[in-house]
Structure formats: C-alpha cells, structure tokens
Design a protein around this ligand. Structure first.
Ligand SMILES: Cc1cc2nc3c(=O)[nH]c(=O)nc-3n(C[C@H](O)[C@H](O)[C@H](O)COP(=O)(O)OP(=O)(O)OC[C@H]3O[C@@H](n4cnc5c(N)ncnc54)[C@H](O)[C@@H]3O)c2cc1C
Length: 428
C-alpha cells in the first residue's frame, strides 16, 4: 500500500487547489513544496482573474488577501520619449466572474495553502522533489531529500521551470523562444498617493501593460499593477530575445522605471521586493502531454499560460487546472485505476473548460509576437510621430493631416502595416 493516495508537487496556484479537492473528497494527500513557506519562491505580475477561484471558493472575497480590485485597464505604446495610452474603465470590470484583483504572491499563496491544509492536506515545506519514483513506466511516488514517498497518483504543479515534467511524460525542455524571463519590483508608496496617481479609489486600481521601449524594442513587454500600498512594476522578455539584447534585463527594468511615463507614478517610492522568474510563453503548441501513467500535470508545469499582449493569464488557468486535476484524480482513486487511461478524464475536463479552449483560441499569438518585431519599436515611434502631428503646436506651419499621417505610415511601409494587421487579427 502506498504512503499516500496522492502527492502534489508544488504549492503555488495549481497545487493547493488540487490538494484541496482531493482532501475534500476524503483522500490522503501530501503536498511537497520546496519553498520554506508557500509563496516564498513565487512571483506573478500580480493580476488574478477570479472566475476560477470563485468556482472553488465562492466566498473568497471576504477571506483572501487581495490587494485592489482592478477597474482600470491601460495599454501603452512606449517610444523612448513618448507614451500613447488606451485607458479603459467599465462597470462590468467590477462584477462577479469578470472581477479581477491585484495580488502579492507572498501573501496569497500561504492563504491558498491554508485552505488545502484546512481541508485535510498534509504539507512538507522546504524540500524540493528531486525525482519521481517509477515502477516500470508508471509514476508511483517522489524522492525528496532523503525520503522516498509513494502514492497512487502524483500531480505535478511545480511551475514554469518543471524539472519533473520530462521524467513524468517525456516532455522535452521548452525552447528558448517558448519561455520568458520575468523581472519585477514592488515599490512601496502610501495608499492615497497611489490612488491619486492612478485616478482610482483606495480599494480599486489599474492594470497597465506596455509595448515598445519597456524592452528596448525586443519582443516582450512591461507591466504595472497597483496594490493597496505598493506598485508592482516589471517586464517580461523571451529568453531568445534577451540572449540577443545589448541591455541586461535588470538594466531594462531600471530604464523602464525612469521612463517619463512611469517616473512620476513611482516618485518617492521605496523598493521593498525584487524578484525574477521564468514564465511560459509558447502557448498551446508548446504544451507537453497532460496525463501519464500515475501522473497529471497542472498549471505552468504543463506551460499553461497566455500572454496575449493585452492580458497576461496563468493563475486563473492554474487554479482551474488544479481543480480539475484534484477532482479527476479523486475519481480515478475511487475507480481504483490511476493509469493514464483511468486519469484521462482530466484532459477531457480541460478541453471542455476555458483552459484548453482559450489556449487553443490564442495558439497563434506567440508566433505572431515572435515575428511582429515592428510592434516593439517602429510602431510606437510611428504612433508618437502621428500624435505629434496632432498635438504639438509650436508656431511652425501646420501640415494637413491627410498628407502628414500617410507620410508617417509610409515610413513603416503600407504593405508591412497591412501584413502585421492581418497577422495580428488572425492570431487573435
Ligand atoms: C513576471 C510574471 C508576471 C506574471 N503576471 C501574471 C499575471 O498578472 N496574472 C496571471 O494570472 N499570471 C501571471 N503570471 C503567470 C503566473 O504567475 C503563473 O502562471 C502561475 O503562478 C502558475 O501557477 P502554478 O501553480 O502552475 O506555478 P507556480 O505558481 O510557479 O508554483 C509552483 C510551485 O512549485 C514549487 N516547486 C517547484 N519545483 C519544485 C520541486 N521540485 N519540489 C517542490 N516544489 C517545487 C515552487 O516553489 C512553487 O511554489 C506571471 C508570471 C511572471 C513570471
């Protein structure tokens, strides 16, 4: 008999939810988390779309350590000396399943882990799972430090840099263009100062994404999320791009913070946290198999993440995948069959849910981003120059817009504009 019915590796977003669902179904479940406390090693930009969390914990809003409700969406095209922003507010952003919040993982992850523990899951913190135990080709436990712990089913929730996915399902290491490096700082500022600067109430805030000079024209982007008493600021760029970049990633972030569009927002703030993490960017086509003999992969261990430029989503996918993994593993345990066939309901559940449907719908976007290099330099500069034609009044004779705007577009090339627009629309 195995030591546990289920072992969950990793307690970020997917892991505690999988463990919660298993424990709630009466299964013995152990979570092994390498961080000394849950959240110690975790990072996200910080915006949680809450629909999937609500499905597991309908009352989460009264309990979870949420920062600000996001009610303001901004997306900016950044040239080195200019910023063109779309600023969107909508009452629907406040409501029900469409609600989203900024979160800080060092607070949010321990809360999620606590929910799993309350349901009956056991935790070991501070030890990494080094390898999977196998019986023939079938996963039957984990090796963590000195210990070998067996289980009928193992759920991998060990995140973007999974060293175990290869052992579990033979997945190759992701290609450098399918993974990005994220770097982030948390800058502390008084609550009212943040509210004034972002034009929001003290409970509400903004998600602000940037394309262009944030990554000095490399494929990637910047982000800002407002927390209660701090601002999360960071950027993400694919490993393949950073390898070519002349500017190291930490310098990109420092320059981004000094950009004239950002500096006033951060003025007087104190950096209280600095972190870096990998994030999956390859989308649906980069994903490994989700089910193996005795094993399931949930969240970013299966590269479930969507960066569509205007939204970044990994946490809501990981939470939903963790929920389905926990439920399907419990059903397979009840049926006494945790082979790949017995666990196949997991992939079916994900195909019927938004998780694989959204990843599939947006599967073309990573390829589009990788090749739409003009989006990161030429277009922000073209839009800046067009805006200058509209807004700069300095005594020089005004040019008719019907002549000046086409001239600026011609600089990039009408054909290039048409091609990029067509490819972008098709990718979405
Ligand atoms: C810069 C950046 C910005 C992002 N912004 C957003 C955002 O705004 N919104 C959003 O929804 N998503 C965002 N994401 C993505 C999001 O953070 C992830 O998709 C999400 O955290 C994945 O959850 P997970 O549970 O799969 O993995 P994680 O949350 O990474 O958790 C994995 C856990 O496994 C543990 N672990 C790893 N290896 C082992 C091991 N061998 N043994 C034991 N434990 C192990 C880790 O310590 C960790 O606790 C962002 C990511 C980055 C890097």
């Amino acid at each position: 008999m195995a030591d546990f019915e289920a072992i969950v590796v990793g307690s970020g977003c997917a892991g505690p939810i999988a463990a919660h669902e298993l424990a709630k179904a009466g299964k013995s479940v152990l979570v092994v988390e390498r961080g000394n406390f849950c959240g110690a090693k975790n990072m996200s930009g910080g915006r949680l779309y809450t629909h999937s969390l609500r499905e597991v914990f309908p009352d989460f809003e009264g309990q979870a350590p949420l920062e600000r409700r996001i009610t303001r969406e901004r997306i900016s095209l950044l040239a080195h000396d200019a910023n063109f922003t779309v600023d969107f507010t909508d009452e629907q952003l406040r409501e029900g399943n469409a609600g989203s919040y900024s979160v800080l993982r060092a607070k949010f992850d321990p809360w999620l882990a606590g929910k799993a523990e309350d349901a009956g899951a056991e935790y070991i913190n501070g030890i990494a799972v080094e390898s999977l135990l196998k019986d023939g080709g079938r996963v039957c436990g984990v090796r963590a430090g000195e210990d070998e712990i067996t289980a009928d089913v193992v759920i991998l929730c060990d995140g973007a840099n999974s060293l175990l996915a290869g052992q579990a399902v033979g997945a190759p290491r992701p290609a450098p263009n399918a993974m990005a490096v994220g770097i982030k700082q948390v800058v502390e500022l008084p609550k009212a100062v943040i509210s004034d600067r972002i034009l929001a109430s003290d409970d509400e805030g903004a998600a602000w994404l940037f394309v262009g000079d944030a990554t000095k024209g490399n494929v990637g982007g910047g982000f800002v999320y407002t927390n209660r008493e701090s601002i999360s600021i960071g950027l993400v760029a694919t490993i393949s791009e950073l390898a070519k970049s002349e500017t190291p990633v930490y310098q990109l972030l420092e320059d981004f913070k000094r950009h004239p569009a950002l500096a006033p927002l951060l003025a007087g703030g104190k950096v209280v946290e600095h972190s870096g993490h990998l994030v999956a960017e390859g989308g649906y086509d980069a994903m490994p198999p989700l089910v193996g003999e005795g094993v399931l992969l949930a969240g970013e261990s299966a590269l479930m993440c969507i960066n569509a430029g205007y939204t970044v989503r990994g946490m809501d996918l990981a939470i939903a995948a963790g929920m389905h993994a926990g439920r399907c593993a419990a059903a397979a345990l009840d049926a006494g069959d945790t082979s790949a066939d017995g666990l196949a309901g997991y992939e079916r559940a994900l195909r019927e849910s938004f998780v694989l449907q959204d990843l599939r719908t947006l599967r073309g976007f990573p390829h589009f981003m990788e090749h739409a290099t003009r989006l990161f330099k030429q277009y922000p500069e073209m839009v800046r120059d067009m805006m200058r034609e509209l807004f700069v009044v300095d005594g020089t004779p005004v040019q008719p817009l019907r002549k000046s705007l086409p001239r600026l577009a011609k600089g990039v090339g009408y054909l290039n504009l048409a091609k990029d627009a067509w490819k972008g629309i098709r990718a979405l």
